[in-house]
Design a protein around this ligand. Structure first.
Ligand SMILES: Nc1nc2c(ncn2[C@@H]2O[C@H](COP(=O)(O)OP(=O)(O)O)[C@@H](O)[C@H]2O)c(=O)[nH]1
Ligand SMILES: [Mg+2]
Ligand SMILES: [Zn+2]
Ligand SMILES: [Zn+2]
Length: 560
């Protein structure tokens, strides 16, 4: 599954579920579930859940991998709080409470006052979740690291919180350590995750506490225990020292970092994220969607679409994926359309023309006579003229035309002519004529350049569809035309993706995640179809256009 297929599959999934949930927005439960679903799709996040008995060094390992010391270690964590770590350009922690709608943003240094027994005994503050953002490179790849309260028979509530969170996991990192064998609760985690085939990594921490011989012996024992539970897919087992890794980070010692074993674990986790994350994520979202659809009625069509989509994703599973897509925006590199280059040049030519035109109307008799003879300007250009003219200029320039209309009506009264003539003749708009002329000249200039040497095509020229059409008629070389069209086509494909992604993030209330291209998606799409706003393109198809006799298509002409 390549980058574009992946994005398409994601949008198809969103469309299926939008259709299934349509009209159900009176049900608060549906609203909550659907919002969460879209949020998940929009963020394209991937939950890596770190579990294990208390004191194994889960938090220390996360600190080492995230190159931080901010997550509190060696503390008794609160029983019921799950801590999520995601990418953010600045360090911050957001605390959510059971009884309050509005979360608190706190300094990361104060985190232990909220999520540990010592700082927040018995959870008097009523914290339910802590979201941490860190500018850590590893998180940039689009996954969330989730620290769970330790498993342990002595703290039943911890175990329950963590176990109930397991279904949210896209990958599980089970952290155990050399100072004690795999515990019963840790084995139970494997029992639960093994049948789901959820990717699982086993990390044995505190290797610094044992001799190499003891280490080998312990690892062998752990592998035996694990293989008894995980029959179909044996998770990889890593021997690490989070303590050594943290020291290596602080000292900037690359050799020590390798030696700590965290380096190879991180490498394997990253490789997994790059190679398998996409399809695993999509399949997981498909099965979430299937669960939601199962509980609904009248969604036969949606079920069929989902089944087809799942089959497609499964088929693409295992094939090489393009690493660029992980976490980030899958199609950030392609050519984007912001505004048409021909439109921009016409706009500037038209502005110059308009300023001279309004000056002539004040200064020259024959300009005023010409305006009246041509029955003025088209509606759009009338107001464009007004935007550069003064009221005095309008009164000087237009009085003659107004008088001519008055005389015309008097003539109709006298002669009793047909009602159809009451509005008056269509203007032969001078500005439309000027527009057509500059459009032709500018496009011809570009076409001449392209005909002479194709080298100019190395960059996408940004053309609206009407102007691409006009240019296509003037380009003589087939190879150049093909290159132009294929650039436009991929630009349009990217634009459509931006539009889908905008809706997805908007529906998921994830507006802060919008990129600049997505923010502009709506306006850019319309400008591709209709040219630059405020510019009137006379005649939808340039060859239909006859200079001087055509009305602007933007206004009155559209009605006829
Ligand atoms: N010797 C040694 N101690 C470690 C290592 N990793 C963590 N610890 C210690 O183990 C204790 C628990 O660590 P913590 O990360 O809070 O464990 P958690 O409860 O699983 O999150 C702390 O006192 C750490 O300093 C390690 O690799 N080697
Ligand atoms: Mg911890
Ligand atoms: Zn254009
Ligand atoms: Zn006009």
């Amino acid at each position: 599954m390549d980058v574009r297929e992946y994005a398409r599959a994601k949008f198809e999934l969103a469309a299926i579920m939008r259709s299934a949930w349509m009209g159900l927005d009176a049900d608060p439960n549906v609203v909550r579930v659907s919002r969460d679903f879209f949020a998940r799709l929009a963020e394209d996040r991937f939950n890596v859940v770190v579990v294990g008995r208390f004191n194994r060094g889960k938090t220390s390992l996360m600190n080492a991998m995230l190159a931080t010391t901010r997550l509190p270690v060696g503390v008794v964590p609160l029983t019921s709080v799950i801590t999520t770590v995601a990418y953010g350009s600045t360090e911050v922690a957001v605390i959510e409470y059971r009884k309050r709608h509005f979360p608190d943003r706190i300094d990361l240094g104060k985190l232990s006052e909220y999520i540990t027994e010592r700082g927040n005994p018995g959870n008097v503050r009523g914290v339910t979740n802590a979201h941490i953002e860190l500018p850590s490179e590893l998180l940039l790849r689009g996954f969330h690291f989730i620290d769970t309260p330790g498993l342990g028979s002595s703290v039943l509530e911890n175990t329950l919180t963590t176990e109930s969170f397991l279904p949210e996991a896209d990958a599980v990192v089970l952290v155990t350590s050399f100072d004690g064998a795999l515990s019963e609760e840790e084995l139970r985690v494997l029992h639960r995750t093994a049948p789901t085939l959820r990717p699982t990594f086993i990390v044995v921490n505190k290797s610094d506490m044992v001799s190499p011989e003891q280490r080998e012996e312990a690892l062998l024992h752990i592998r035996t225990q694990v293989s008894a539970v995980c029959e179909t897919r044996m998770p990889p087992v890593f021997s690490v020292s989070a303590r050594t890794a943290l020291a290596a980070r602080v000292e900037g010692d690359a050799g020590k970092w390798q030696e700590s074993g965290v380096a190879s674990f991180e490498q394997e986790l990253t490789r997994f994220l790059l190679d398998e994350k996409q399809s695993v994520f999509l399949l997981q979202m498909c099965s979430r969607a299937a669960v939601a659809l199962d509980a609904m009625e009248n969604v036969v069509a949606e079920r069929e679409r989902l089944a087809a989509l799942s089959a497609r994703v499964r088929k693409g599973d295992g094939q090489a994926t393009t690493s660029a897509a992980i976490g980030g925006e899958p199609t950030a590199a392609g050519p984007r359309f912001h505004s048409c280059r021909i439109c921009r040049q016409i706009e500037s030519a038209m502005y110059t023309f308009l300023c001279r035109y309004q000056y002539d109307l004040i200064a020259a008799d024959d300009a005023r006579k010409r305006l009246a003879d041509h029955w003025g300007l088209c509606d759009l250009h009338t107001w464009q003229y007004e935007s550069v003219a003064s009221p005095r200029g309008v009164c000087i320039g237009y009085a003659g035309l107004i008088e001519r209309h008055a005389a015309r009506l008097r003539r109709i009264i006298r002669s009793g002519r047909e009602r159809g003539d009451v509005a008056g003749p269509a203007p032969q708009c001078d500005l439309c004529a000027a527009y057509s002329e500059s459009e032709r000249e500018i496009t011809k200039g570009i076409a001449d350049g392209l005909n002479a040497r194709s080298a100019e095509l190395r960059r996408y020229p940004e053309l609206c569809l009407p102007h691409l059409g006009l240019l296509a008629e003037m380009v003589e070389r087939d190879d150049v035309l093909t290159a132009l069209l294929s650039m436009e086509a991929s630009m349009l494909e990217d634009a459509a993706e931006d539009m889908h992604r905008y809706v997805l993030k908007f529906d998921a209330l994830r507006r802060p995640l919008l990129s600049a291209d997505e923010e502009g998606a709506a306006r850019h799409a319309l400008a591709v179809l209709a040219g630059k706003d405020g510019l009137c393109i006379p005649g939808r198809h340039p060859h239909d256009h006859h200079v001087g006799t055509h009305e602007c298509s933007g206004d009155r002409g559209a009605a006829s």
